[in-house]
Design a protein around this ligand. Sequence first.
Ligand code: FAD
Length: 580
Amino acid sequence: MRKIVVWLLIGIMMMSCLPAFAQAMTPGTYEGSVPGYHGDIKVKVTVDSEKITAIEIIEHSETAGIGEAALPMLVEAVLNNQTVNVDTISGATVTTTAFKDAVTAALTAAGADMGLFTASVVKGELKEETLNADVVIVGSGVAGLTAASYAQQQGASTILLEKTGLIGGASAMAGGGTKVIGSKITQADSDFEADRAQFISDMLANGHNNNHLPTVEIYADTIGPAFDWVISEDGAAVPYTTKFEGRGAGVAAALNRSYEKFGGKLLLNTPATELIVNDGVVTGVIAQGPDTLYTINAKAVILASGGYGANDDLVPEEYLRYVYAGHAGAEGDAITMVEGLNADLINMQFINTQPNSMILPSGLGQYCNPGVSKAYALGGFMVNQDGVRFVNEKTNAWDIMQEMKKNDFQYLVMDQAAFDGFNEGMTGSAIYTMEDVAAWLQDDYTGQPKMYTAESLEALAAKMGVPADAVLASAKAFNEVAAVGGDDEFGRNLTAAQSTEGPFYALQMHIRYYASLGGLHVNDDCAVLNTAQEPIPGLYAAGEVIGGLQGDVYMGGSLFGWAIASGHHAAVSAVESLAK
Ligand SMILES: Cc1cc2nc3c(=O)[nH]c(=O)nc-3n(C[C@H](O)[C@H](O)[C@H](O)COP(=O)(O)OP(=O)(O)OC[C@H]3O[C@@H](n4cnc5c(N)ncnc54)[C@H](O)[C@@H]3O)c2cc1C
C-alpha cells in the first residue's frame, strides 16, 4: 500500500461557490475511508464552519495513470465547486465513486448537511466552435498518442481527442510488454528476415490461424521503426531496457509529454461522436467537449479509440458471463462511427479471454498470475461446482480456459502455506493488501471477491457451496500423488501436498476478458477499407480498433506493440497523404 501524502490543495477561491444557508459544521479535520479500485482511498477533509478548505489524500493504491491521475482532479473539482456532486472522471469511475464517498463520510463526521454539499455543478450553455487541423486523432491510448506525436513532429497540425478525463486508455493499464522485431537500436545484430518469419509463424499458431495475415505482416514490417522512434531522443524518448519504464502508463505519459513538446492540441473529456463525410471522403469529426460542440475539419482522421470490450452490445453473447477487466472507454465508438460508410469489419466474434482471474470489490476482473504461480508451487488446486478437480492447473492459459468454460464456477483451494504464497504474489504486485484480505474473509462479507476460510475442508466446502465429500476426495487423491511425487491424472507434476490441518482457504476463480480482437479492416497503409476492399478516403485506423491481427487469442506483448506499430504507421500514411 502506498502511504503517501499526495496533494494538499487549499481552497481559497471558492467563496462564490458556497452553498447558500450552509449548516454550521464543526471546524476541524475529519477522515473518510472507502474501498477504491485497489484497496482503500483514505482522505482527510478540513472544514471551517461553512466550507471545505482542504482535502488531502492520505492513502490509496489506485492504478498509476488512471485512478491515481484522477484523484488530484477530483480534489480540485470538489474544492472549487464545494459539492461532492462533481462529474465522474470517465475512465476512473470506481475511483471517483470511492473518492466522493470518502469525502462524504468525512463531511458527515464534521456534521455537514449533505443536502448542501451534493448540489449539482451549474453548467453554462453549449458553445459551438469550428477547428481546423491537418490530422485529427480519436483516442489517446498509446496508438493515438504515438500517431498524434509523430504527425505533429513531422509538421502536421493535429488535434487529439480523448473522451475520458485521462490520457492512456487500456494502454495505461497494460504491463507494456512489447513484441519487437526489426529494431535498429535494440536488435541491430539480429537477422530481420528470420525474425520476421518466426514472428509471423508464432502469431498464426497463437491465434489458431484465425489471424488476418496481411495485418500480421503490417506489424512485422512496421514495429521496428515505430519502436525505435518511441524510444529515441528525437521521438518520444521513452526509456526502455528489457521493458518500458513505467509500464503502459509510463509510455502514455512520455508520449503525451512529447506531443505537448511538439505543440499538439489535446482535448480531454471530448468524445468524437461522428465523422464528417463529404462525397464519400472523410473530412473531419464532430466532437463534444464539456461545454463546447466542436466541428473539426481535417485532411485525415485516425481512429484510435480502442476496443469494444466495455460495450455489451458488441461483445458476443458467449463472453458476457465472464468478468470484464478492460478500460471503460473501450465502447467500440469507432465501430459506431463508421456505420454508413460500408466499412469492412473482421473477426468481431473474438474477444481475448484469460483464466486465473478474480473479481475485485469494484466488480472488475483482475489477473492473479503472480498469486497462482506461488499457490500452485505450494499445493493449491482448483475444484469446480461438483467439488472435483478438472484441469492441470499449471498448464498453459488456453487449455485451462477451455476447461474452465465448461464449469458453472470454480474455486482455488489452499492450505495456509499455499494461501500465504498466493497473497505474497498478489500483494507483491500491489494488487491488494492484507488488510483487504482480512476484510474479505469476514463471515459477514458479501461482496467480491468470494474468498473464504474454515478450519476443515468440510466447512470450507459448505461456504463454497460444493459437495464436501467430493472436495475431501479431491484433496486425498491430490495428496496421495504429491506424497510420492509424480504426474496426476491431469498430467500435473505434483511436488507439494496440501496440509491435512486447517485452516483452509478458497478463492473463486474466473475467466476475464478485456482486449477485443475484431474491428476495422485496414490495408497496408492502415487506411480503413470498405466492404469492396477499397480505402475510405481520409480515414485511417490504429491500435485495438483494427481487427484481425491476433486471431482468437492475443500473443503477449503484441497488442501493446501493435498500438505503437500501427499508431506510427497510420501517422506516416496520414502525413504522406497531406502532400498528395
Ligand atoms: C489490464 C490490461 C492489461 C493488458 N496487458 C497487455 C500486455 O501486457 N501486453 C499487450 O500486448 N497488451 C496488453 N493489453 C492490451 C493493450 O494494452 C491494448 O490492446 C492497447 O494498449 C490498446 O491501445 P489503443 O491505443 O489502441 O487503445 P486504448 O489504449 O484503449 O486507447 C483508446 C482511447 O480512446 C478513447 N476513446 C474511445 N472512444 C473515443 C471517442 N469516441 N472519442 C475520443 N476518445 C475515445 C478511450 O477512452 C481510450 O483512452 C492489456 C489490456 C488491459 C486492459
